[in-house]
Design a protein around this ligand. Structure first.
Ligand code: MSP
Length: 518
């Protein structure tokens, strides 16, 4: 049976994971977790892009074997995913035999179908940057320093007949207006397609680049890295085998805006079409995390945040919460330590942490650690229950629309309502009263606990570990099924668990953590 198949971009293997890499995988993980909560079977693929010039150069500079270098990086990225609770089902590496075989099979197929041809390319070549450059790359009439010597070079290469499919692609995009999310990006791609496409050079001579997948039709060449990398999305799910139809077409392919056009919006659908496969159902395109001054956060800029530092210092859930709450999918967002600290303090330590710790201590003190029935006494209970039920519906809708920021805002509004409810009922005062007050006190704590149980179930896509801990402190069993999630009395009579502080206060101020070295 076809499952909901979600992929992410595969990260370059020539550096350590930074905030941009972590965010994309957390976003993908949240999409998959919310789908699973809706009862949809999913398959979540991510991985590492290991070939190409940059990896070869890094390996040479470090005097290391490129495969060993990639092995080390793969461990680092996988360990980041483990720490961040990014629960992928499969991690594909482009140096794996399963991937190389599919790349070569596809190249053979395209060559048999005469979709690939050999031709000479004549152009300006930068020896130091080891790539073809164009006149427009000159700055004030001069070649940039890092190009070194620029010479005229004639090189034979293999080309894929991309241009032949331009009209097909335009037609496809016009008929499938929801292919790219957000929609305005699809318009940008159509704009891009107003200019004629060139055929795509899909080879590099081995004399120039050794670290790549050999062309099965000519042993003197390796495959161009983008052509190789895009194929991961089908090589990892058994392209060419019976199983493949359980996965393809992918339901959502999560990528950053920098790799939409031409790679994912032009090369990829055309490559698929040329081998007789449908395009993915949707490209979900997120924006960039920006550092101070508005620059894209990246390793080469030396301004990249090390996600592991945050996970170690404040817990993976706080980091996940911050990135999902702060970024509106599709737009850019600023990252600063001060913003992180402010959100942590207001939403997590204050609103959420406060509700949990007040409830736990009062359940312990006034109810012997047993959750009472969430009885309806009057309007405050009715209002809290009605809000919780409304929030369940809203959170489900937001997640369906990839709006995790909106979903988290809704959950936090429920949490804040839970705190207000306690303040309105003042259980600490009721505790001093007679039997009638005692009855309201018990109902109040039952209702408060139920409110938090619903909140915790709704927090799972963003904060799986913290949500689990909250439920176990409340003595609840996780239902993990949003279709069955409703206000009820499942907590009644349960013994609360051990109390722990989920979000300890942050004492320090300012930029406490240093960026990833360039
Ligand atoms: N290897 C290619 C992708 C091949 S997919 C067939 C690549 N790798 S990357 O490591 O440079 O980027 C991986 C993903 O991280 C991309 O989707 C990219 O947009 C994302 N990010 C890298 N820096 C980013 C930010 N500063 N902010 C958000 N995401 C960005 O491209």
């Amino acid at each position: 049976m076809k499952c909901f198949f979600l992929t992410t971009a595969i990260d370059y293997a020539n550096g350590s994971p930074h905030l941009g890499h972590a965010y994309e995988k957390i976003l993908a993980d949240a999409v998959v977790r919310s789908k699973r909560l809706e009862g949809v079977p999913c398959h979540f693929l991510t991985g590492l892009d290991e070939h190409g010039q940059k990896v070869q150069e890094t390996a040479e500079r470090l005097g290391r074997d490129p495969q060993l270098l990639c092995d080390g990086t793969a461990e680092e990225f996988k360990s980041m995913c483990g720490h961040m609770k990014i629960a992928y089902d499969d991690y594909v590496r482009t140096t794996e035999p399963r991937h190389k075989k599919v790349v070569q099979d596809i190249l053979r197929l395209l060559s048999e179908k005469e979709e690939i041809y050999k031709a000479a390319y004549c152009g300006l070549y930068s020896v130091r940057a080891e790539r073809f450059v164009q006149e427009k790359d000159r700055i004030n009439g001069r070649w940039p320093e890092d190009f070194g010597e620029v010479v005229e070079l004639r090189e034979e290469n293999y080309f894929f007949r991309l241009s032949k499919y331009q009209d097909w692609l335009v037609d496809f995009l016009q008929k499938n207006s929801d292919f790219i999310y957000p929609a305005y990006r699809q318009k940008q791609v159509l704009e891009f397609l107003k200019e004629p496409l060139n055929d795509l050079c899909i080879s590099r001579p081995k004399s120039r680049l050794r670290w790549g997948i050999e062309l099965p039709i000519d042993r003197d060449y390796v495959t161009y890295v983008w052509f190789d990398a895009l194929i991961n999305y089908i090589s990892a799910v058994g392209y060419g085998t019976e199983n493949f139809t359980n996965f393809w077409p992918a339901d959502v392919q999560v990528i950053g805006k920098d790799i939409l056009a031409p790679a994912h919006a032009v090369y990829w659908p055309i490559m698929l079409h040329a081998i007789g496969l449908p395009p993915p159902r949707r490209l979900l395109v997120h924006g960039w995390w920006l550092a101070k001054g508005g620059a894209k956060m990246s390793k080469s800029e030396g301004n990249a945040i090390r996600p592991m530092d945050y996970a170690d210092a404040y817990g993976p859930d706080a980091f996940r919460y911050f990135v999902l709450r702060e970024m509106n999918v599709g737009q850019d967002s600023n990252f600063s330590h001060a913003l992180f600290v402010a959100r942590y303090r207001s939403d997590l330590a204050n609103d959420l942490g406060n509700l949990l710790s007040r409830l736990m201590s009062m359940l312990d003190r006034y109810c012997g650690g047993i959750v009472p029935l969430p009885e309806v006494c009057d309007d405050p209970e009715k209002e809290l229950k009605a809000l919780a039920e409304e929030v369940i519906g809203k959170v489900r809708k937001h997640c369906e629309a990839y709006d995790f920021s909106g979903a988290l805002e809704e959950v936090l509004s429920l949490v804040r309502a839970g705190n207000r409810y306690l303040e309105c009922r003042e259980p600490w005062k009721l505790a001093k009263g007679g039997p009638a007050a005692q009855k309201i006190l018990r109902a109040c704590l039952g209702n408060g606990a139920e409110c938090l149980r619903i909140g915790a179930e709704l927090l799972f896509p963003a904060m799986p570990a913290a949500a689990e801990k909250m439920l176990s402190q409340l003595g609840a069993e996780r239902i993990g099924d949003w279709l069955a999630l409703a206000w009820g009395d499942s907590l009644t009579g349960r013994k609360i668990g051990e109390r722990t502080i989920l979000f300890p206060p942050i004492e320090e101020e300012g930029d406490a953590l240093s960026p990833l070295p360039a």
